[in-house]
Structure formats: structure tokens, C-alpha cells
Design a protein around this ligand. Structure first.
Ligand code: FMN
Length: 194
């Protein structure tokens, strides 16, 4: 079976963000069951103003020129890992825009989460994202990676001081993602054949 395409989405866009450090760490954990595409939301145009027509009525609206490549890369993925911080007990607004501008791209795909923040380790953001992805008929896997008070966990080079527990969490999540993404890819292919 060919490798699954895994889009690793960096969900924060603010200046001075920590998200790329977490994404780099996770990208190094991914094994050859997946081909990884790191997608940084900061590289794309993701306006908060959404299309005039809801996605059920127009699933493929005209998108801003600065979003087109983002949409293509999302569509190509079999699975996604969302790297999210927590802002006021939820996830960043740019990530919500990126999600809401898309519809079929998420359909019947597997999704995992890597969260980081203060004491909650991004878990409140992750739980909000699960609700959103339910509406998009995506499957969010049970396991996750969480970095509570991440600023105590990484050194100045972006390496974890005590990596074992987090590496085990990443591996467990990737195992679940592989199972679900394989099953869902087979299901999508079968559906396309009938
Ligand atoms: C607007 C804002 C709200 C935040 N709210 C929370 C929060 O509710 N819970 C928490 O644990 N950390 C919170 N934080 C801390 C962030 O999780 C932390 O600053 C993290 O570095 C943000 O990710 P980023 O650097 O990739 O943007 C907040 C940070 C910002 C900027």
C-alpha cells in the first residue's frame, strides 16, 4: 500500500509564535507510513469573511488567489495533524477561517491533534476542534499529544528536555491515524468506484 499523505497544519500565525517548533518536532516523529506536507497557515490568505453561499449549497466557492495552493494541498491529504495553541480556551481564529473556507477537503479524512499552551496544554482547543470536525464528517482520533506549559519542556534549540513520554504519545496517535486514514482512504476509493 502506498504511503498515506499527511498534512501537518501549523495553526497559529502570530509574530513570535511557538507553533513551528512544535510542528518541526512532530514532523520528525512521523515514520515512512506517511508522506508529510507541512502547511503553515501564515503562508496563505485566509480571510475571516467567508463566501456568500454556505458550503452545503456551494462546496467549491471561488477562493482568494492566495488560498488556492492551500486548498489544493488540503485536498491532496488523506489525513491531517493540526498543531494548535490555545487562545482563550479555544483555537486560533486563523485556523477557524482555514477550516470554514473548506468542506469536501475534510470529508471522510482522519484528523489528529498536537496541542500546546499554558496549563491546559491545548486540550480545550483540541476539544473545540473535535466538535467542528464532526460537522465536516472528519474522524478525529482518540489519542493526541499535549504540551502543558510547553515553555518548560523545550530547550532553546527546540528539543524536548524529556522526550520519551511525548514520543510515545506521538507514536500512539500516529498508529491510530494510520488505521483510520487507511480505512477511510479505502472507503473513499470504493465509493468513487460505484
Ligand atoms: C490571545 C491569547 C490567549 C491565550 N489563552 C490561553 C488559554 O486560554 N489557555 C492557555 O493555556 N494558554 C493561553 N494562551 C497562551 C498560549 O497558548 C501561548 O502563548 C502559546 O505560545 C500560543 O501559541 P503560539 O505561540 O504558537 O501563538 C493564550 C495566548 C494568547 C496570545
Amino acid at each position: 500500500m502506498s504511503a498515506l499523505k499527511l498534512a501537518l497544519v501549523i495553526g497559529s500565525v502570530r509574530e513570535g509564535r511557538f507553533g513551528p517548533v512544535v510542528a518541526d518536532w512532530f514532523a520528525q516523529r512521523v515514520d515512512d507510513r506517511f508522506d508529510v506536507d507541512v502547511i503553515d497557515l501564515a503562508d496563505f490568505e485566509l480571510p475571516a469573511e467567508l463566501p456568500a453561499v454556505p458550503p452545503l449549497l456551494d462546496p467549491d466557492p471561488v477562493r482568494p488567489a492566495g488560498m488556492v495552493e492551500f486548498t489544493e494541498r488540503l485536498a491532496a491529504a488523506d489525513a491531517y495533524v493540526i498543531v494548535t495553541p490555545e487562545y482563550n480556551r479555544s483555537y486560533p481564529a486563523a485556523l477557524k477561517s482555514a477550516i470554514d473556507w473548506h468542506f469536501t477537503q475534510w470529508d471522510a479524512k482522519a484528523i489528529g491533534f498536537v496541542g500546546y499552551s499554558g496549563g491546559s496544554g491545548g486540550l480545550l482547543a483540541i476539544e473545540h476542534l473535535r466538535q467542528v470536525f464532526n460537522e465536516l464528517n472528519a474522524h478525529t482520533v482518540r489519542n493526541y499529544v499535549s504540551f502543558p506549559r510547553y515553555y518548560r519542556l523545550f530547550d532553546e534549540n527546540g528539543a524536548l528536555l524529556e522526550p520519551q513520554e511525548f514520543e510515545a504519545d506521538a507514536e500512539a496517535m500516529l498508529d491510530q491515524m494510520h488505521w483510520w486514514a487507511s480505512a477511510l482512504r479505502a472507503g473513499r476509493l470504493a465509493q468513487a468506484l460505484v
